[in-house]
Design a binder for this molecule. Structure first.
Ligand SMILES: Nc1ncnc2c1ncn2[C@@H]1O[C@H](COP(=O)(O)OP(=O)(O)OP(=O)(O)O)[C@@H](O)[C@H]1O
Ligand SMILES: [Mg+2]
Length: 266
């Protein structure tokens, strides 16, 4: 589904991604792990066209390299942000509209001379919003609420709903559970499993061991901009070099899979 080959990202003299190659299989949930500063967000930025990178990135066999971010969205790539930011007085509906604006724009003459088409489009938009919110476990009643009044866990869910509005084939999530309580994490896990059943492929940056072991089919661990380990989560968590990269010391024990979050060191 997604094939990243030999991706390099440099910021001036800093070589932040060093020849990363990752294959994400269709219909799977693929975890992207690694300590602080190892390059996880940079890799998502490179895939989605937010930072320049060298190498090849194909989605569904189509080359994304060199395309601007909005064209990558049109090709089926959706993403969320580690720290989503939007004006407090923006409504949930406004934010969701951003998620699909590049897919649907009525031409000016339709808006001016065929108002019934605009009204119909507004109705369909409300239906699409309701569907996106429901698919992340939120009530469509939130649509008119301002973002400044919404709890941080729900904001992360709404950011996922925003990304779903573009009907992605592959959804990239950057630490979706940060700021969520256990109950919200359980809802997110159930929703991601349901989305996988619909055929959606997910690439998820995540530190929570319980989340990774419960939903990821495969994981890739980054360290210092390169690939440290790949494989099924339980195998990868047993590796001392992975534990060492996170904890700074290898004691031979695998991390406690019952809900711990791996301590991150730089
Ligand atoms: N725009 C930028 N300009 C310069 N350096 C950057 C830029 N973006 C990221 N970096 C550097 O690249 C490295 C990787 O950062 P990145 O945000 O990808 O890490 P991460 O794995 O997502 O970490 P975290 O777990 O803290 O989110 C860091 O050293 C960071 O300081
Ligand atoms: Mg990050």
């Amino acid at each position: 589904m997604l094939e990243i080959t030999d991706a390099h990202v440099r910021f001036g003299g800093a070589h932040v991604l060093r020849g990363v190659s990752v294959t994400v299989e269709r219909g799977r949930i693929h975890g992207l792990l690694g300590p602080n500063g190892s390059g996880k967000t940079t890799l998502l930025n490179a895939i989605s066209g937010f930072v320049p990178c060298t190498g090849s990135i194909t989605l569904d066999g189509e080359q994304l390299h060199g395309l601007p971010a909005h064209r990558r969205t049109n090709k089926g790539l959706g993403r969320t942000f580690q720290n989503p930011k939007a004006p407090d007085d923006m409504t949930v509906a406004d934010l969701l509209r951003l998620g699909e604006h590049q897919l649907r724009t009525l031409p000016w003459h339709t808006v001016a001379f065929r108002p019934w088409k605009t009204a119909r489009e507004q109705r369909l938009f409300a239906e699409r919003c309701a569907q996106a919110l429901t698919s992340v476990g939120l009530s469509p009643g939130l649509l008119d609420q301002e973002l400044g009044t919404i709890a941080s866990g729900d904001l992360k869910m709404i950011d996922i709903a925003r990304a779903l509005m573009s009907r992605p084939h592959l959804l990239a999530l950057d630490e979706p559970t940060s700021g969520m309580n256990d109950e919200e994490i359980d809802i997110l896990l159930a929703r991601l499993k349901a989305l996988r059943e619909t055929g959606l492929t997910v690439l998820i940056v995540e530190h929570n061991v319980r989340v990774v072991t419960e939903i990821c089919d495969q994981v890739t661990v980054l360290a210092a901009g390169g690939i440290l380990a790949e494989g099924p989560p339980r195998e990868v968590f047993r590796r001392t070099d992975v534990i060492d990269a996170y904890l700074g010391e290898a004691d031979g024990d695998s991390p406690d899979p019952a809900g711990s979050t791996l301590e991150k060191t730089g």
